[in-house]
Design a protein around this ligand. Structure first.
Ligand code: PDD
Length: 283
């Protein structure tokens, strides 16, 4: 597999990351995941601008990552994935320096890594069709979830708890509010209105979430960005997760409760259809 590492394309095995890299030492680092549908990227500019947003807030020095789109394109070609569905992964760290908590001086050059791999649609397709089980879990993350940092320990633990419970995703709850999943955003339907948590420092501003909101406008589905309280979730008629790898995936069971006879609902299906139509146009 050919990857990109600090200005060069090379075989993945040839990449040499220093143990002094602050991504390794401190998770002082950001990442992005972008889908390529048969060689066409989905919302690459939005993903790279979110990387820039994180880099600005982390004071990484480099905040414009627009050149990564072309690098990703080259990676797709070099790995012969132009006619496949693929996932591009980007990671940017503050760089290599002797370990000290404060920013190193002079500022090191950020480490930039990118790779592409074939997307296995199998499990994702099945989940989108049948729906998934989720668990709810206390949100133990920090208060800057709007930055896509690689400091994902709470997300990993939450997702592992889901897997151990026979579920697919864990929905974080903070102060009684259902915020988002370990690697996806969360939405529910109340009285035919799609409700999702408002943008804040407690969720990632998902590119899929934003796209689905645009689809709602086109499909005449009303949207409300407001907190969803766990105590009110029994009033919802549908629940779903939204994300780059999951797209629009229905939730049919939460903890031990089977939701709406375990069947995905009409708003979810309408959004999936609209999503697929849009992908078919770009792919
Ligand atoms: N995760 N919330 C969290 C915590 C996420 O990690 C993700 C994406 C999302 C959805 O964002 P988007 O629609 O931009 O993919 C929401 C990626 C896919 C991951 O960690 O692999």
């Amino acid at each position: 597999m050919v990857v990109y590492f600090n200005d060069r394309f090379m075989e993945k095995e040839a990449v040499c990351i220093s143990p002094d890299d602050r991504g390794f030492l401190f998770a002082d680092s950001l990442y992005e995941v972008i889908r390529s549908y048969k060689g066409t990227f989905f919302r690459a500019k939005q993903h790279l601008s979110r990387l820039g947003y994180g880099a600005t807030h982390l004071k990484l020095g480099k905040t414009d990552f627009s050149e990564l789109e072309e690098i990703a394109r080259k990676l797709v070609v070099k790995n012969r994935l132009e006619s496949e569905d693929a996932v591009v992964y980007f990671q940017v760290t503050r760089g290599v320096a002797k370990r000290s908590h404060a920013f190193p001086l002079p500022a090191p050059r950020p480490t930039i890594y990118a790779s592409v791999s074939k997307f296995d649609p199998g499990p994702a397709d099945r989940d989108r069709e049948t729906g998934i089980h989720v668990i709810t879990i206390a949100d133990t993350r920090w208060a800057r979830c709007d930055m896509k940092t690689t400091a994902l320990t709470p997300n990993i633990l939450a997702n592992q708890a889901a897997v151990e419970a026979g579920a697919t995703e864990a929905i974080f709850i903070r102060d009684g509010v259902m915020l988002e999943g370990s690697h996806s955003n969360f939405a529910a339907v109340f009285d035919n209105v799609l409700v999702t948590a408002p943008l804040s420092n407690y969720i990632l501003g998902g590119i899929t979430r934003q796209f689905v909101m645009q689809l709602c406008a086109r499909e005449n589905i009303r949207i409300e960005e407001r907190p969803i309280f766990e105590q009110d979730i029994h009033l919802a008629t549908e629940m779903m997760i939204l994300g780059t790898t999951t797209e629009v995936t229905p939730i049919v069971r939460m903890n031990n409760t089977i939701f709406k006879e375990g069947k995905p609902g009409p708003v979810t299906r309408a959004l999936q259809m609209a999503y697929n139509q849009k992908i078919a146009l770009i792919g």
